[in-house]
Ligand binder design. Structure first.
Ligand code: WT7
Length: 673
């Protein structure tokens, strides 16, 4: 992808295989909601012309304790949806199903990672079970002094109690801030301080690929740093999962089981204003610390409910089992393991561990044992499955599958075709869903019974979404000319802000193109009107479908005493899609003297980044250099580094603004490691 001056982008990808929805898809899922492209276009038009009418009809499918007075109030950049309405998302996930007589139906299926004697631990929760557990834990939170509006930090593995904890927060009106269990102690500190959170819920450990991740140790490290900086943390609630040895701080630490033991299983849902905060979720930006994305109650609830229903075609009472393989620590898990799926009354499956434990066929074993019908995963995982070999899915009966989905990054057509053939048996539609932490739910996506799919394209905007490709001046681009992806109208699940940083909120999303939400992605539309995402246009890299700011990784590198300056760029990576390349200049006393020392220092720096941020941020390649290529004004020329890192260097690139040409020569010669 090359970007020209006005923000128009040249695209190189060409793909013309088209897959029409299979004739029997509708029948296979117990009736498709949207059955033709015409029907899609008609409804889409209606939803754009009369968003208030469209969304009111949908919102009425859910329970509200007080009805809204106005569907939308829009003062760019601030949206208010279902103004004056009161509801509770936990009620709509659980109580609503019980009240309509479905309390005994399966709500949540959980499978643990370990396979003692070849058998996994499976726990099933009906809506009644979930209600009991959620109410008990909600009362525990109240006993710990948590009240409406307090921010509760959750740092757990993929155990059912994670879902229970988030629903308990929602039930009493506390705001959850979930931190992915793969992040480090430092990441916990940053987020707890930013949110001024007083309560942390964690586990002793979490199972991952047969090992135990020391979650409580990480929380302890974070607590030490928090205490040093004067942060007043009230309590740490610890769920026993792995029985690994942990340290204990009397007065601060409490066992989940002991607290829950005496708790009542009766707890009313707090009526929440539609615009009350539901959760905070931190995500990376191009500069500074991660930003706390604010999501509120009513709009998010209605939007995740409808996208789940239409995009995955969820139908109650049809033996569907929905499985999203994401971790709840990411927005995908928030929206499509919990909040969008439960109100649709289709059981949601949650798996604790790695896809290759105890062997590379674990996912397919799960699909066949639980008769999964809709399966939602990431392109990075699909590329790993391809590499592991088709024999793994081939060993299992995957005939229960009716629909496949992807999310997180562009999927390469080769992986799409493999997914369709090897997992979907050429019968399942694939929904390639483009969205973001900030959008709360799917934004551009096929509808499985209606949209012909083309490998690599996320196709068309969802109802109510007015997406466009524009240049820097906000002018819509013609077909096949790349530009910036924007959303021109508010949608119910849109972020309501960056926690505590109004200016950054406006700067990041509403300043680059006047009057529109700017997503940060480059994209084009083809002659069909289909969208093709071309990647980020800021200093954000998408590693394995998750965003990292290059600045964050650079800050982590220079916080090591050996590194004076660092520049981090993305590079093509076979499995992850994008890998991380780091160029570092070293402090003279730390310059290694032998190949051995070079290798050792690279390992030390990788581990250091892992400690500062988490394993996901470890550079794939580190190069030491005497100097970084800079403009005369001192700006690092990342585009040159990107070319070097990807090995696709174009010697005709404009280097006229480069201060010292020899720097580039040296970098080209420097050996990769
Ligand atoms: C960024 C958002 C949404 C949950 C997972 C990631 C990229 C996401 C797709 C897709 C191409 C995609 C974009 C986006 N992205 N889905 N289907 N095709 N790119 O959430 O960490 O907020 O990242 O992921 O670049 O901006 P996130």
């Amino acid at each position: 992808m090359t970007q020209t001056d006005a923000g128009s982008i040249e695209s190189v990808l060409k793909e013309d295989r088209v897959f029409e929805p299979a004739a029997n898809f509708s029948e296979s899922v117990g009736g498709a909601y949207i059955n033709s492209l015409d029907q899609y276009h008609q409804l889409h038009k209606q939803s754009i012309e009369d968003p208030q009418g469209f969304w009111a009809t949908i919102a009425e499918e859910l329970d509200w304790s007080t009805k809204w007075s106005k569907v939308l109030e829009w003062n760019l950049p601030d949206a208010k949806w279902f103004v004056g309405g009161k509801t509770n998302i936990c009620h709509n996930c659980i109580d609503r199903q019980i009240n309509s007589g479905h309390g005994d139906q399966l709500a949540l299926i959980w499978e643990g990672e370990p396979m003692p004697e070849g058998k996994p631990e499976v726990r099933n929760f009906s809506y009644n079970d979930l209600k009991r557990e959620v109410c008990k834990f909600a009362n525990v939170l109240k006993d710990q002094g948590v009240t409406k509006g307090d921010i509760v930090t959750i740092y757990m593995g993929m155990v059912p109690e994670l879902t229970i904890a988030m629903l308990a927060c929602a039930r009493i009106g506390a705001v959850h801030s979930i931190i992915f269990g793969g992040f480090s102690a430092q990441a916990i500190v940053d987020r707890v301080v930013d949110a001024n959170s007083k309560t942390i819920i964690t586990c002793d450990g979490g199972y991952r690929r047969g090992k135990v991740v020391p979650l409580k140790d990480n929380v302890d490290d974070a607590c030490t740093q928090l205490a040093d900086s004067g942060h007043d943390l009230k309590s740490v609630i610890v769920l026993k999962r792995c029985e690994n040895n942990i340290n204990w701080t009397e007065g601060r630490d409490h066992w989940w089981d002991e607290l829950v033991g005496n708790a009542s299983d009766n707890c009313d849902c707090e009526p929440m204003d539609s615009e009350d905060m539901l959760f905070l979720l931190y995500t990376s930006g191009s500069t500074g610390k991660p930003k706390g994305i604010v999501h509120t109650t009513g709009g998010y609830m209605v939007y995740t409910y409808l996208t789940s229903k239409y995009v995955f075609n969820l139908v109650p009472n049809t033996d569907q089992v929905f499985w999203c393989t994401a971790d709840i620590g990411w927005v995908t898990g928030h929206s499509y393991i919990v909040y969008g799926i439960l109100p649709n009354r289709v059981p949601t499956l949650m798996y604790e561990g790695a896809p290759n434990f105890p062997a590379e066929d674990r996912f397919w074993d799960i699909v066949s044992r639980h008769k999964v019908t809709q399966f939602y995963t990431a392109p990075t995982a699909i590329r790993a499955f391809m590499k592991w070999g088709s024999e793994h899915p081939a060993k299992h009966d995957l005939s229960s599958l009716k629909l496949l989905g992807t999310v997180g990054e562009p999927i390469n057509p080769e992986a799409w075709m493999w997914y369709r053939k090897m997992i979907g048996g050429e019968r399942c539609p694939i929904v390639d869903t483009w969205w973001q932490t900030e959008t709360g739910g799917h934004m551009i996506t096929p509808l499985p019974g209606a949209t012909p799919t083309v490998p690599g394209s996320c196709t068309l905007p969802f109802f109510g979404v007015d997406a466009a490709i524009v240049n820097d001046r906000g002018e819509e681009q013609p077909a096949n000319v790349g530009g910036l992806l924007v959303i021109r109208k508010p949608w119910p699940a849109m972020l309501r802000g960056i926690y505590g940083d109004r200016e950054r909120f406006i700067d990041t999303y509403f300043s680059r193109i006047k009057g529109m939400y700017f997503a940060g992605d480059g994209a084009r539309r083809d002659e069909r009107g289909y969208f093709w995402i071309m990647g980020r246009v800021d200093d954000v890299i998408n590693v394995s479908g998750h965003r990292l700011g290059t600045m964050e990784v650079e800050s982590a590198l220079v916080s090591h005493e050996a590194v004076v300056e660092a520049a981090v760029v993305g590079m093509p990576h076979e499995i992850k899609g994008t890998g991380i390349a780091a160029f570092c200049t070293l402090e003279p006393h730390h310059v290694p003297n032998s190949d051995d020392e070079v290798a050792k220092l690279k390992e030390i720096l990788r581990a250091h980044v892992g400690k500062e941020i988490g394993a996901i941020a470890k550079p794939d390649v580190i190069r030491f250099t005497d100097a970084l290529p800079k403009t005369r004004s001192g700006k690092i020329m990342r585009r040159l580094l990107r070319d070097i890192a990807s090995g696709s260097e174009d010697k005709t690139q404009d280097t006229s603004t480069l201060e010292d040409l020899s720097v580039l020569e040296k970098l080209r010669e420097s050996e990769e490691g």
